[in-house]
Design a binder for this molecule. Structure first.
Ligand SMILES: NC(=O)c1ccc[n+]([C@@H]2O[C@H](COP(=O)([O-])OP(=O)(O)OC[C@H]3O[C@@H](n4cnc5c(N)ncnc54)[C@H](O)[C@@H]3O)[C@@H](O)[C@H]2O)c1
Length: 357
């Protein structure tokens, strides 16, 4: 079987990991490289000299490929999505799919109408620590409530970091909490029904908009999560703890990519859980790519679909609205709200059309 041909769109920080992961997968190869930056294209061509490089997505109509991998900033992907759908290329898109729920929903509908698979790169689901956490519930029982703290002073000026989060709206929520919200839905196997949140930006923040969020999240199965996500804590040493209280004990993850433990109610100490070897940003991307390849080869269902991702994006939007309005929001209501908006807009435009006749 010949390798699947990929057009990599966006050749910045994240693409460097993808190029390494794709190189290690004999079932994939890169045939096209797209980025408006000439320097970024030249750097990528050094690794993939046989690929065709271009400054824009018109390349998608010119080079024969099997899928596109979007490693571009989430804002401004309209032309990329349109070009991929027009060329009937499957899409693996980095998270978040868009920087608004409405736009993401539009992309999902476009891909569905074009009949192409759309997967969002939610690599945290594929971490060994996440997979092991799911298994631990057999031992410690059913989750009932949790505390999720992610504390970081993220130096947005670091040369190897993307720069767009410095000026975007709500960078913590769209760029980072989206991973955490997806994990909460995935691990607790339930959808949120109520979110009360406060977003804020401390005096030392280098980000234009709120880099910190606190939220109280309730899921349909009753699980309640105290969530704190900080991109602007005020200590350069990061902190992380995800502690889930279950019917027979607790699961405690003390590090973002590992350090998993559990204790039964009467245990004097935590029991550490052995995890397979893991290289940060690599093993999870390897597993995610393998899952997408399996879908395209027809041997596995699509995971992390764009449609599923909308439920995590609605959690982001619910946090923003809750903070603005000072009241709890049910993310499911946002879907109805969006539908009402769409109905209202189409009624308005129908009325306008009728008036102008
Ligand atoms: N899953 C993860 O763990 C993870 C980690 C880091 C970043 N990301 C995601 O990856 C995406 C890219 O982030 P990054 O850190 O690489 O950002 P970056 O700013 O370093 O790179 C983005 C690249 O896209 C290019 N670009 C911009 N508009 C383009 C267009 N219209 N067509 C083609 N290329 C275009 C830019 O020139 C730049 O080279 C974001 O969605 C981000 O959230 C995911």
């Amino acid at each position: 079987m010949s390798p699947l041909r990929i057009i990599l769109v966006g050749l910045g920080a994240r693409a460097q990991f993808w190029m390494r992961v794709i190189k290690a997968n004999p079932d994939c190869t890169i045939v096209g490289l797209v980025d408006p930056s000439e320097a970024a294209r030249e750097r990528a061509l050094e690794q993939w000299p046989d690929a065709v490089a271009a400054a824009d997505v018109s390349l998608l109509a010119q080079v024969k490929a099997d899928f596109v991998l979007l490693a571009t900033p989430p804002g401004g992907r309209e032309a990329q999505m349109e070009a991929a759908c027009a060329a009937k290329l499957a899409i693996l898109a980095e998270k978040p799919l868009a920087d608004s729920v409405e736009l993401a929903a539009h992309y999902v509908e476009m891909a569905e109408a074009a009949g192409i698979p759309l997967m969002v790169g939610l690599n945290f689901r594929f971490l060994p620590v996440t997979q092991k956490t799911l298994q631990l519930f057999d031992t410690v029982g059913t989750p009932e409530f949790a505390r999720f703290t992610y504390e970081r002073w993220r130096d947005g000026w670091r040369p190897n970091f993307n720069k767009y989060p410095l000026t975007m709206d709500q960078p913590m929520l769209w760029e980072q909490s989206i991973h955490h919200f997806d994990l909460l839905r995935y691990v607790y196997q339930s959808e949120p029904v109520e979110i009360f949140a406060k977003t804020f930006n401390p005096s030392w923040s280098m980000y234009r908009d709120d880099a910190n969020v606190s939220a109280l999240i309730t899921f349909a199965n009753g699980v309640t999560v105290n969530y704190q996500g900080l991109w602007q804590s005020n200590w350069q040493a990061p902190g992380f703890q995800w502690r889930t209280e279950c019917t027979r004990g607790v699961v405690v993850q003390n590090e973002q990519f590992g350090d998993l433990n559990y204790a039964l109610h009467g245990d004097a100490a935590l029991t550490p859980v052995a995890l397979p070897p893991y290289e940060q940003w690599i093993n999870d991307a390897v597993a995610l790519l393998a899952a997408f390849v399996a879908t395209l080869r027809g041997t596995a269902p699509l995971l992390c679909s764009g449609r599923d991702h909308l439920n995590s994006l609605r959690m982001v939007q619910a946090c923003i609205l809750s903070s603005q309005q000072g009241q709890a929001i049910n993310p499911a209501d946002l879907e109805q709200h969006a539908r009402r908006e769409i109905d209202h807009t189409s009624t308005q435009s129908a009325l306008q059309q009728r008036t102008s006749l």
